[in-house]
Ligand binder design. Structure first.
Ligand code: ADP
Ligand code: MG
Length: 704
């Protein structure tokens, strides 16, 4: 059926990957680049010239006419400026295709059009993009033709990070350094590099394009701002892992093919909890590649959806009352010689190392819970976190029955003599049990769950970049490793010291471990008793970035300077304000130009019906009367709420930019928006469907 896709053949065919580099680059150039990719360092211009030339020739063979420095500013999406390869015409009138080493390693986009949070005065609007050679370049084919995309970092003239990639690379360096220190304590002399591995599971909705275009809220805000629940919700659960409809299947096939060509290991696809909701997961990769690939995945989903007459909604909560979308960020730490530090292992030796690593992660997550929560904050995610679906806004760790039992034994008695399923005490190392990596259960309600040989951070929003959560994870764990190494490197009796430290970390931070139902009201109360933060909104989460312990940690490990953090805070408040502002304005527009006029028409049709019935001699018009009364009352409520929203929005808009304005938008504008939505959603249930000015939830999610 259809054309046959040879995955092995097309995989990575549009990527300037290791094989291509080996084939095309002179041996000396190749080994120089390879060593920089693996160990870091700076590329000299002569070498860069050779690489650029070969990269250009390769890209042109793929049809590329342009190149772009592809970067991730603080908008959560990617940015690019395209330059053609061509030179100025020669005297003969012909042009050459050129691309120099300088153009490869450094670009100068107009930085003033990207958020910088005051880091860049306008007179110094210059910013630089610099090639990240650890993430391979690729040729992307779309309506614009073919473009050579060069993954880059984006910095200000004075070197401050203006993007997501720069701090991510810095955090990877931090965890590399501290992990190597830790491994050395256990006698490891073979591992040369440690990298965080990341596998994000991406959720999304698909809706019909024609219907999408009839909804201004979807167009401008990416989510519905009005809409009553359809008679059939997701209570049947009949689509989860159900058969994938043909239209969606054809879409998925094209998405996969596109992604495979770009070297993205699209692996798993299935329907999700809500109708019209789906998921795509690649095989995990090094953190910075995974972050780039996740951006490629989001762009590809959107582009291919358009080619299939659909729209892909990446928003965290496109439909109120219907399950929202998130991104599960699977995270582990691996050495270049294949050791996963989160693998419980088979021997007691590995086992102690694992328990130390685990105890450090627990400490890190407990200590910086607010920061981790902040890393998943975006305006859309406010509708999910803590709203009785997907994870609660409280950070807790799920370990599974076996590990939790080990922790309890260690904390309570100082020895863990057995493990639940392993059953046996392993000899050799004092009082630590053998662990069985499959002895973990699944708990879907936990925001941070241990799943066999990785942690799964489930708070991340579907539309958001996964850079921030990984920057935070890498850095907080690097700090905990560093603390542990400080103690253990100077210990006289290593065995004794490591045992004591594991016990101490578990005891001090046991409060963050929770294996129960994270969606329950009891947990919210229990978390208060345990002193765990419950940060309910983005505006409340943002200050976590500049708390003293956050700033000192980020500075100590060279991930962010205080100035960079302060600029990010500013950008985030601005982002929040702008988002809610657009939503409020869209609601005002829809209500005044579409909904109120439609309701008035319906009222008129009812009134006309009553008059005609009476004229025909019928006295019994009570049904029509009652309906008309009800509609009149709701319309009045709507108009009042609309007027109130107009007023409060204007007040918010006039405020000075910053925290206070963002808080005002959250507390006052959002509330006014909800007040407007309530009567409108009731009206939608009453007004003649033919007269309602936009497709309903039912039309959107059950008829893709
Ligand atoms: P699910 O959670 O849906 O059962 P899996 O846990 O098997 O699915 O995988 C989800 C994601 O986790 C995939 O992207 C997978 O590649 C990734 N993953 C698996 N092992 C690791 C690991 N050690 N480190 C990071 N990510 C991983
Ligand atoms: Mg998973």
């Amino acid at each position: 059926m259809g054309d046959y896709v040879n995955v092995a053949k097309i995989f990575g065919e549009n990527v300037f990957n290791d094989t291509v580099m080996q084939e095309r680059l002179p041996k000396k150039v190749y080994s120089k680049l390879k060593s920089i990719i693996e160990e870091g360092g700076e590329l000299d211009l002569a070498t860069a010239d050779v690489i650029a030339h070969e990269m250009k020739e390769w890209a042109i063979e793929k049809g590329a006419t342009h190149y772009t420095h592809w970067f991730q500013p603080l908008t959560g999406v990617t940015a690019e400026k395209h330059d053609a390869f061509l030179t100025a015409p020669l005297p003969s009138g012909k042009v050459l295709m050129s691309f120099s080493g300088k153009e490869l390693i450094k670009g100068e986009p107009d930085a003033s059009s990207f958020p910088s949070g005051g880091l860049r005065a306008t007179f110094e609007a210059r910013g630089y993009t610099a090639w990240d050679c650890t993430s391979p370049a690729f040729v992307r084919q779309d309506a614009a033709g073919a473009t050579l995309c060069i993954p880059t970092a984006f910095c200000s003239y004075t070197g401050e990070a203006l993007d997501q990639k720069t701090p991510l690379l810095r955090s990877m360096e931090a965890i590399n350094k501290q992990s190597l220190r830790l491994l050395k304590l256990f006698g490891n002399t073979t591992s040369r590099k440690v990298t965080p591995s990341v596998g994000p599971e991406q959720e999304y909705f698909l809706v019909d394009e024609e219907k999408f275009l009839q909804r201004k809220d979807l167009i401008y805000a990416g989510r519905t701002l009005f809409g009553a629940m359809p008679p059939k919700g997701q209570e049947m659960d009949d689509h989860y892992f159900g058969t994938i409809p043909q239209r969606i299947a054809a879409f998925m096939k094209d998405v996969n093919t596109e992604l495979w060509k770009l070297g993205v290991t699209a692996k798993t696809q299935h329907n999700e909890v809500a109708p019209a909701q789906h998921e795509l997961a690649p095989i995990y990769a090094e953190a910075n590649v995974a972050v780039d690939h996740n951006q490629v995945i989001m762009q590809t989903l959107k582009r291919v959806a358009c080619q299939h007459g659909m729209k892909c909604l990446l928003h965290e909560k496109p439909f109120a009352g219907v399950n929202g979308s998130g991104k599960h960020n699977n995270w582990s730490i691996t050495t270049d010689d294949g050791i996963n530090l989160l693998d419980p292992g088979k021997t007691p030796h590995e086992n102690v190392q694992f328990l130390l690593v685990l105890s450090c992660i627990i400490k890190a997550v407990d200590k910086h819970a607010g920061l981790l929560r902040e890393s998943a904050a975006d305006p859309g995610n406010d509708h999910r976190l803590g709203a009785n679906e997907a994870p609660p806004a409280i950070i807790s760790i799920f370990l599974g029955e076996q590990l939790e039992d080990v922790v309890e034994q260690l904390v309570n008695t100082g020895v863990a003599a057995s493990s639940i399923r392993g059953g046996k005490l392993s000899t050799g190392v004092k009082s630590l049990p053998t662990l069985n990596k499959d002895a973990t259960d699944r708990n879907r309600t936990s925001p941070f769950a241990f799943t066999g040989n990785k942690f799964e951070f489930r708070m991340v929003g579907s539309r958001d970049s996964i850079a921030a959560p990984n920057i935070v994870l890498n850095t907080i764990v690097a700090e905990a490793f560093s603390d542990a190494c400080d103690v253990l490197e100077s210990a006289e009796d290593f065995q004794e010291a490591v045992h004591d430290l594991i016990k101490k970390n578990f005891s001090d931070h046991q409060r963050v471990i929770f294996n129960g139902n994270g969606y329950s009201e009891e947990w919210v109360e229990e978390a208060v008793r345990r002193g765990l933060p419950n940060i309910r909104s983005m505006v409340d989460a943002i200050p976590e970035l500049v708390k003293e312990e956050s700033v000192s940690m980020f500075e100590k490990y060279g991930v962010f300077t205080k100035t960079e953090l302060e600029s990010r805070v500013e950008v985030k408040y601005e982002n929040y304000t702008k988002t809610i502002n657009i939503e409020a304005k869209t609601m005002i527009d829809m209500a005044s130009k579409q909904i109120v006029p439609a309701v008035i028409k319906y009222e008129k049709s009812l009134a006309d019906a009553i008059i005609s019935l009476k004229a025909a001699g019928l006295e019994e018009v009570s049904v029509q009367r009652e309906l008309l009364d009800e509609v009149c009352v709701l319309l009045k409520e709507t108009q009042e709420a609309l007027d109130a929203l107009v007023e409060i929005e204007a007040e918010a808009n006039a405020m000075e930019e910053g925290r206070e304005q963002a808080v005002f938008y959250h507390d006052r504008v959002m509330t006014a928006m909800e007040a407007l939505r309530a009567p409108v959603d009731k009206l939608e249930m009453i007004v003649d469907k033919e007269m309602w000015p936009m497709p309903s939830y039912g039309d959107l999610i059950f008829e893709v």
